[in-house]
Design a protein around this ligand. Structure first.
Ligand code: FAD
Length: 284
């Protein structure tokens, strides 16, 4: 039996594949602990260029066959071949997976060969060609613009191209500026893009990690937020409480503004996501 999403604006969860047995045991507890929010699906990240790919399959297999939840594997195409992707799609199909998060990924440093796919749009087209409508295809969206896009209009152009290849919905990079999402949705509408674009929500639990990670992926941590977080120094409890309030407010604002759901970057932890999710009220 697959679970039904609990809310009219469904919640979904993202996990990274644990590298160790202990990590996997912890993830099983996290999956159980977050079950109360009845996620529409649980996605599992995939290391572009080869890292952790087996672990993604293991984690997807566990969710899909040992729990009541639907797994949604991420699949990055940079460095991949048509054959390797075809093989993975077949394995996911056999497991009964219904949703794929299709991404380009970034070539790991030192790896020169981009393989047989250049962009996520190539992967989306390939999945449709190979598997028809077998999978619901999610793609990535960037309200603050992908760091490699020359400007936001170019970013929207290629986002639309990716959708035209057959994507069904999108999950955004995380952001802390509500206006960036609102502007992005308006701009998408102007370009005739009308598929669900679900905000990615990143709970705040660690200042240094957040800054480092945000620099890497091009997400902006606004100056006011950075200043407040920095001021907590070693006071972890106050940082967590403040971070929780900020992300709760953002999440509620997004739902009130009509976001079609929320996708939580859980970082394989129960509490931050659970506290935020339980605080939300939904449009009926
Ligand atoms: P694309 O959509 O291909 O876009 C990449 C860049 O190329 C953009 O700047 C775009 O404007 C440009 N572009 C696109 N098409 C063209 C074209 N035809 N011609 C010229 N330019 C073009 N990374 C991982 O390694 N593993 C994961 O599991 C993972 N999960 C993610 C989940 C989400 C929800 C998000 C938002 C990101 C995730 N990432 C993951 C990160 C992602 O792989 C990177 O952001 C990567 O740099 C871009 O991937 P994409 O699928 O958005 O690429």
């Amino acid at each position: 039996m697959q679970s039904q999403a609990k809310y009219p604006q469904p919640l979904s969860l993202e996990f990274f594949p644990p590298r160790t047995e202990q990590g996997m045991e912890k993830l099983k507890t996290v999956i159980e602990g977050l079950g109360s929010i009845q996620p529409e699906y649980m996605s599992v990240t995939y290391g572009a260029g080869g890292t952790t790919q087996e672990k993604t399959m293991e984690t997807v297999r566990y969710i899909q066959t040992q729990t009541d939840y639907q797994a949604a594997p991420h699949l990055t195409c940079i460095g991949a071949t048509h054959e390797s992707v075809s093989d993975l799609l077949e394995q996911y199909d056999q497991l009964g997976v219904k949703r794929i998060v299709a991404l380009r990924g970034d070539l790991p440093s030192g790896m020169m060969d981009p393989g047989e796919f250049k962009y996520a749009s190539d992967l989306v087209a390939f999945i449709r060609e190979q598997k028809g409508d077998r999978f619901h295809i999610e793609v990535a969206a960037y309200p603050e613009t992908h760091p490699q896009a020359r400007n936001c209009e170019v970013g929207i152009k290629w986002f639309k191209h990716k959708i035209d290849q057959g994507a069904d919905s999108a999950i955004t990079q995380y952001f802390y500026n509500f206006d960036s999402y609102r502007y992005f949705i308006d701009n998408c509408e102007k370009h005739g893009i009308d598929l669900p674009i679900v905000p990615g929500i990143m709970p705040i639990t660690n200042y240094e990690n957040l800054i480092r990670f945000s620099q890497g992926c091009g997400a902006e941590v606004p100056r006011w937020l950075k200043c407040r977080l920095e001021s907590f120094e070693d006071d972890k409890e106050s940082l967590l409480a403040f971070g929780r309030d900020v992300v709760m407010e953002l999440s509620q604002t997004l739902l009130d503004a009509g976001a079609p759901g929320l996708h939580f970057y859980s970082m394989n932890s129960i509490e931050p996501t659970l506290e935020i999710a339980q605080s939300l009220t939904f449009k009926s």
